[in-house]
Design a binder for this molecule. Structure first.
Ligand code: SF4
Length: 264
């Protein structure tokens, strides 16, 4: 699992900076500028490195600092990209989607589940990996969205099984919790799928076994928050919160460099 997860993390040293060219940005709290899709960011250097990499947050690009392509960029780069820039960006988009699913499947497989579910997870992983490994033509023609919809019930089932140990856990799926005061809250086993937790106060909160798939955690204060053991947490989500030395995180995830070392 460890080797698999390493392949599902961005490695910018092995990528042709595709995510600095392909997406469009809107000037916002995440990006300091407007940028059209397919246009290189003005901060991108000729060597495919970001000219402000060490100062992204200070320069108004926290969205870049938090972003993780799930390893899609280096995979598309290693495969030589597509016939054109548009082709390459399309390959990046579908590969990222499949790699994101591989991340969730690896997360699910790390849980204690019955043998039948484990076999289904492995089957889904193998199918997803085969799709991602396909040649550019079949990859672009693949129905990644339909495949995801077929696999989602399996991820849901693992989530239900993990969370049922917490009988009184709250359900906040898709809830608007922007700026919510959840300091020291017991959110263990909570359903937080798709919840908006932008700017929420999660200091000292406990999130073990909470399902965080798709939750928007941008700007949440997670100092001292127990994120270790949270389900379906991604590197991008971890990078979007403000943590500190007391914030716990599963070993599957890298500690974001901007997390403050001090006390809350
Ligand atoms: S600011 Fe840096 S990381 Fe962000 S898109 Fe531009 S070059 Fe890439």
């Amino acid at each position: 699992v460890g080797a698999t997860l390493a392949l599902l993390r961005a490695n910018c040293d092995r990528c042709a900076a595709l995510c600095c060219v392909a997406p469009a940005f809107r000037a916002s709290a995440d990006f300091a500028i407007d940028k059209a899709a397919g246009v290189p960011c003005p901060n991108l250097r000729a060597d495919h490195r970001c000219g402000i990499h060490a100062r992204l947050r200070e320069r108004g690009f926290p969205g870049c600092a938090a972003y993780d392509c799930f390893g899609a960029g280096q995979r598309v780069t290693a495969a030589g990209g597509g016939d054109s820039a548009e082709h390459t960006f399309a390959l990046l988009a579908v590969t990222r989607r499949l790699h994101e699913l591989l991340w969730y499947l690896a997360e699910a497989a790390a849980r204690s589940v019955p043998a039948g579910i484990r076999a289904s997870l492995e089957r889904a992983r193998a199918e997803t990996e085969a799709m991602a490994a396909a040649a550019p033509g079949p990859l672009l023609a693949s129905d990644a969205g339909g495949h995801r919809r077929r696999v989602d019930p399996l991820l849901d089932e693992v989530s239900r099984r993990v969370r049922r140990a917490w009988a009184d856990a709250p359900s906040h799926a898709s809830a608007d919790l922007a700026g919510a005061r959840l300091r020291d809250g017991d959110l263990r086993g909570a359903d937080l799928r798709g919840a908006c937790l932008v700017g929420a106060d999660l200091r000292g909160a406990r999130l073990r076994d909470a399902d965080l798939m798709g939750a928007d955690l941008r700007g949440a204060d997670a100092r001292g928050c127990r994120l270790a053991g949270a389900l379906y947490l991604t590197q991008t989500q971890a990078g979007a919160v403000a943590g500190d030395a007391r914030t716990t995180l599963s070993r599957r995830l890298l500690r974001p460099p901007h997390w403050a070392p001090g006390a809350a």
